[in-house]
Design a protein around this ligand. Structure first.
Ligand SMILES: *Cc1c(COP(=O)(O)O)cnc(C)c1O
Length: 403
């Protein structure tokens, strides 16, 4: 059976070059970067080289990169760290209703600690409106957090415009760029961010490592306590093999981004156009142009997304419903609900995210197996049978037909 992995927004395979780069640091180069001897110095050198590569991916200076255990920790540090450090200036935070749970749940945690949080709505195609951000700002606002690209529907947010607004008002601006970095250009100065979250395993690096970009001069309270590593912002002995892998992955992503983005966008369009053309009552979720080059998401009406995923899995295709973090529960995605979709429609959401290994033949395989699978599921769906029957028998429709 053909096997097709189309869940790169959930995670990506470690590239062979990345694994190669990591291996010495799991074997002979086991020094602690804080040690003063030769082993330590060698480790420290590797750590700083990786920092330079990660910084280069986002147009930052190496000393502005804080390595963390992943995107989730980076988001937590950005929100909770900057809220605590600036609580005396004000206690109001603005974010969007379509953030990853790492941001949403950090914001909810802060709300319980006495901060006031505004969760901005989004348009039908999943975009935050800059006017809404402007209207939400008060004298008490200390932090704005809006993601760069959404993991569920792939929309690219107007982060640059929000950054200019935040700067004008002297408000700290954080953006979760876990999905965008390495896929589209990310430059901290052009985006106007003070804080920016990254994750290694979304760009063909190992899991359990990420980074927070912290613009020089940005006040941040530590989440963890216990050492002077990472310029005292994140104590604990560094995950050196992971960080080295992350650095290599960042370097490769930077080199290959222009050509790879173009290749993926062509595959994505073939997939989206094919799905909408071949499956009745199916529509693209998220903005058609303002979206990640590797991201295809649709809603297939009158089917359960879970059933669709299981059917695809049986035929060797890995896809996802909403985000990996919400699948396994039957709650419709908070992102699709925020975009105004009815819960029963949002249940039929399907996310197919492409990556380096995917080819045109993979896309054609999905386009071949998915339409019959949907048809089969719909035939067994009481909702679909009833709606189809109503369309035929409802007197109003018949009158209309006759006119
Ligand atoms: C995956 C993801 C995260 C979490 O990153 P981890 O490294 O898995 O903790 C945060 N934000 C977005 C948008 C993501 O897609």
């Amino acid at each position: 059976m053909r096997r097709v992995y189309l869940d790169h927004s959930a995670t990506t395979p470690v590239r062979p070059e990345v694994l190669e780069a990591m291996l010495p640091y799991l074997k002979e180069e086991y020094g602690n970067p804080s040690s003063l001897h030769a082993w330590g110095r060698e480790a420290k050198k590797a750590l700083e080289e990786a920092r330079e590569e990660v910084a280069a991916l986002i147009g930052a200076r190496p000393e502005e990169i804080v390595f963390t255990s992943g995107g989730t920790e980076a988001d937590n540090l950005a929100l909770i760290g900057s809220a605590y450090a600036n609580a005396r200036k004000g206690r109001h935070i603005i974010t969007s209703s379509i953030e990853h749970h790492a941001v949403l749940d950090s914001a909810r945690f802060l709300a319980k600690q006495g901060f006031r949080v505004t969760f901005l709505p989004v348009s039908g195609d999943g975009l935050v409106r800059v006017e809404d951000v402007a209207a939400a700002i008060t004298a008490e606002t200390i932090l704005i957090s809006v993601m760069h690209a959404n993991n569920e529907v792939g929309t690219i947010q107007p982060v640059g415009a929000i950054g200019r607004l935040a700067k004008e008002k002297g408000i700290i601006f954080h953006s979760d760029a876990v999905q965008s970095a390495g896929k589209i250009p990310v430059n901290v100065d052009e985006l106007g961010v003070d804080l920016l979250a990254l994750s290694s395993h979304k760009i063909y690096g190992p899991k359990g490592v990420g980074a927070l970009y912290v613009r020089k001069g940005t006040r941040l309270q530590n989440l963890l306590h216990g050492g002077a590593q990472e310029r005292k912002r994140r104590p604990g002995t560094e995950n050196l093999p992971g960080i080295v892998g992350f650095g290599r992955a960042a370097a490769l992503a930077r080199q290959e981004m222009p050509t790879e983005a173009e290749r993926l966008a062509a595959l994505r369009d073939r997939l989206l156009d094919g799905l909408v053309a071949r499956i009745p009552a199916t529509f693209v979720t998220g903005h058609r142009e303002q979206r990640l080059p590797n991201h295809a998401s649709v809603c297939v009406k009158y089917v359960e997304g879970e059933a669709l995923l299981l059917g695809l899995d049986r035929q060797g295709v890995a896809a996802s419903g909403g985000s990996a973090c919400t699948s396994g529960t039957l709650d419709p995605s908070h992102v699709l609900l925020a975009m105004g979709l009815a819960p029963e429609v949002a249940q039929g959401s399907l996310r197919l995210t492409l990556g380096r290994e995917n080819t045109e033949a993979d896309i054609d395989y999905v386009l071949e197996i998915l339409p019959p699978l949907v048809e089969q599921l719909r035939a067994a769906s009481p909702l679909y049978v009833r709606e189809a029957a109503q369309a035929v028998t409802c007197p109003a429709c018949q009158t209309q037909d006759q006119v």
